[in-house]
Design a binder for this molecule. Structure first.
Ligand code: CA
Length: 234
């Protein structure tokens, strides 16, 4: 998955439209109809980017933006603000919101997609690049092919997504729950043990003709793509 996006928007039709389009681009998407609910979702799992409506029932988008900017773990999450035409957008232009970008409603969906990708590229180029490479491993997102030292590997779709997710953030430890959410989706119930089974399959194929295992097991927690692997070729 090329990143997790949280939509905070109380206009349901717009929220559904954005969700549909972002999913079609391969993003993992979650949605909230209020800032209060968004805060709960953010605490559960940090998104890679937030699309935030200005006018929300209860706590406003701008207030949520300010709160997120004061917290250490959410300070750097890119925020794209949505505003209605009028007075509010003038204040957004004044850049006193802490948002990284904004769009005035009604906006073109393709333009929003382009802005989202631009923001993600700035923060984490790996999230949206077509090819992820680390050491001698190369993962091609568009063709779903993986190579090690130039030889193609025959990975199943689940193993491909697991590897893609880990390669997006080398060194970052992912819990089994995070892996389940990112690869199988939040709405599906899968036992945590299933992650281990597929990770075992992934390793077997990945390391078939090689000695160094690029995947690190973090006991009691989950897995990471070993950041030391980036500098090696063995
Ligand atoms: Ca609204």
């Amino acid at each position: 998955m090329p990143g997790r996006i949280l939509i905070v928007e109380d206009e349901e039709a717009l929220s559904i439209l954005l969700k549909y389009n972002l999913k079609a681009q391969g993003f993992e998407v979650c949605a909230s109809g209020s800032a209060e609910d968004a805060e709960i979702q953010i605490d559960e799992q940090l998104p890679d980017l937030i699309v935030l409506d200005w006018m929300l029932p209860g706590l406003s988008g701008i207030e949520l933006c300010r709160r997120l900017r004061t917290r250490k773990n959410t300070r750097k999450i890119p925020i794209l603000m949505l505003t209605a035409r009028g007075e509010e957008s003038e204040r957004v232009r004044g850049l006193d919101t802490g948002a990284d970008d904004y769009m005035v409603k009604p906006f073109s969906v393709p333009e929003l997609m382009a802005r989202i990708k631009a923001l993600l590229r700035r923060v984490n180029p790996e999230i949206i690049s077509d090819i992820l490479s680390a050491g001698e491993i190369e993962l091609h997102r568009l063709t779903h092919r993986v190579y090690r030292a130039g030889s193609p590997l025959d990975l199943g779709p689940t193993e491909f997504r697991l590897l893609e997710y880990l390669m997006q953030s080398p060194g970052r430890v992912r819990t089994r729950t995070q892996l389940l959410d990112a690869v199988w989706g939040r709405d599906i119930y899968v036992e945590e043990r299933t992650v281990d089974v597929h990770m075992g399959r992934l390793r077997k194929i990945l390391n078939k003709n090689a000695t160094r295992d690029p995947i690190r097991t973090v006991r009691g927690t989950g897995y990471a793509f070993d950041e030391n692997f980036l500098r090696t070729t063995g």
